[in-house]
Design a protein around this ligand. Structure first.
Ligand code: PLZ
Length: 463
């Protein structure tokens, strides 16, 4: 079946983009060319690698993905929070091309270059806290988590690592043990790394605790189950990503930092999903008055090029012996050049302001939907990191039972109608809005109209 959808209201926004910033569906989803590619893929790509929406992408610009069949999708996922400045952002593309012409690789640990140093300067300037900071650059989020743990162990001389319930930290052999969900991340891949402890978190919608109460519960666990003197680090996402965009209660994070400082524990902010302007501040920790010892960056830092960083207190970062940190591709020059352009774009285009605009527009639209559909239990988040938790009204758990069926049906409907909408949540009960900051208000209105239709279809079909 073929249907054609366009949104003329967005036409005015097309002038500065190489792809019209509009939704357009011209084939069945997936279209014939995507379907053929999916067949080729089945023969050669591991079944362990899944794709949420199997449309093969030919081009992307701003907040729009174009597939090989000519369909255009409003991208509310940004490659899971990576293309924060927008797809193929002009200055990022130019910086990467220019750097590629100059040199593409030397390996910083063999012969260094300025771009790596500049990224470390920018991270020292923009991460929370007014004290001397240093960085190491690596390739991926999980690698940043791994290095954060190594650095904290070396500095403290302690063994244990603590994380929070509902956390997600990666897919490597250490980080899979740091995730809350065994399935699909750890099931069958054991034995898991030892000395990883999962403490209770702050999840105000479900636990009803104040920040002080939730922190007391977390600290009691760390004290009793781990013992502060064996604890090297506590790794925390200021707003949990894959877990469902839980915003902790006020005072929770500073109380944990205070306890960590008093007990010689390194507290690490995993800002891999929440950082780099996404939340309306450079780093989401700032919303909570939290000044972490170490900050982990990845995803949005280089506009789509692979780059990650551990940044933090100089004395902690310097505890490692020369040669203890690094890796062949860590701080690749092209990625670094792109990251410098990203930092410049955040300033030049007021992207913190744009993230705040997106929060206002999404909150208004989602509030209207919440008034219309009682399956929306809570709207939460900051900036371009917003989510709705879907519930089953009329069931137990104080009307808050997870509604994974609705999440899955709405996300599927949205994909079929040209809106790429990511799911999240420990129980698959959350729809998340993680767009690039190039997403216009007109595209927000259009995307929410599709979600409105999806919710209406759900209500109809369930009767
Ligand atoms: N920490 C907070 O969000 C990656 C995972 C996508 P890598 N999240 C998206 C998927 O299904 O693989 C993530 C994160 C937080 C760490 C990571 C890991 O980052 O770059 O994927 O290794």
């Amino acid at each position: 079946m073929t249907d054609t959808l366009t949104n003329s209201a967005t036409a005015a926004a097309t002038t500065t983009y190489s792809v019209a910033q509009e939704r357009k569906i011209v084939t069945a989803i997936p279209g014939p060319i995507s379907a053929a590619l999916q067949e080729r893929r089945r023969a050669v790509v591991s079944d362990g690698v899944s794709s949420m929406l199997p449309v093969y992408i030919a081009k992307a610009n701003g907040a729009i993905l174009v597939d090989v069949d000519g369909n255009q999708f409003i991208d509310l996922g940004a490659g899971i929070g990576v293309t924060t400045v927008g797809h193929t952002e002009t200055s990022v593309v130019a910086a990467a091309i220019e750097q590629s012409r100059d040199f593409i690789h030397t390996l910083f640990t063999v012969t260094p270059y300025e771009e790596y140093v500049r990224v470390a300067e920018l991270l020292a300037e923009h991460t929370p806290g007014d004290f001397p900071k240093k960085s190491v650059l690596i390739n991926s989020g999980a690698e940043a988590v791994e290095n954060g743990v190594k650095i904290a162990r070396k500095y403290t001389g302690r063994r244990a690592v603590a994380v929070l319930d509902h956390a997600y930290h990666g897919r490597t052999v250490l980080t899979m043990a740091m995730n809350y969900k065994a399935m699909p991340y750890a099931t069958g891949y054991g034995p898991l790394a030892s000395d990883v402890y999962h403490a209770p978190s702050s999840y105000p919608y479900h636990d009803g605790l104040t920040g002080v109460e939730a922190a007391a519960r977390t600290i009691a666990y760390l004290d009793k189950v781990v013992g502060a003197s064996d604890l090297a680090c506590l790794v925390v996402e200021p707003i949990q990503g894959e877990g469902g965009f839980m915003v902790p209660a006020d005072g929770y994070l500073p109380a944990l930092q205070e306890w960590c400082t008093a007990n010689g524990v390194v507290m690490i902010a995993d800002e891999i999903q929440s950082g780099m302007a996404r939340s309306g501040k450079y780093f989401a920790s700032e919303h909570f008055g939290w000044i972490p010892d170490l900050v982990l960056s990845a995803k949005g830092i280089a506009g789509g090029f692979p780059l990650a960083a551990v940044t933090g207190r100089a004395e902690i970062m310097d505890a490692s012996q020369p040669g203890g940190l690094g890796g062949t591709f860590g701080g690749n020059p092209v990625s670094c050049a792109a990251a410098i352009a990203v930092f410049e774009a955040i300033e030049a285009n007021d992207l913190l302001g744009e993230a705040q605009r997106i929060e206002r527009s999404l909150t208004a639209g989602l509030t209207a939907l919440k008034n219309k559909y009682n399956i929306i239990g809570e709207i939460r988040g900051h900036g371009a990191m917003m989510a709705i938790e879907l519930v089953q009204p009329g069931t137990g758990d104080g009307e808050k039972a997870p509604n994974a069926a609705a999440v899955s049906a709405i996300s599927t409907y949205a994909g079929q109608h040209g809106v790429l909408l990511l799911t999240a949540g420990t129980s698959g009960n959350v729809l998340r809005f993680l767009p690039s900051l190039a997403l216009s208000d007109a595209l927000i209105v259009d995307a929410l109209s599709v979600i409105d239709d999806a919710m209406a279809a759900l209500t109809t079909s369930s009767h």
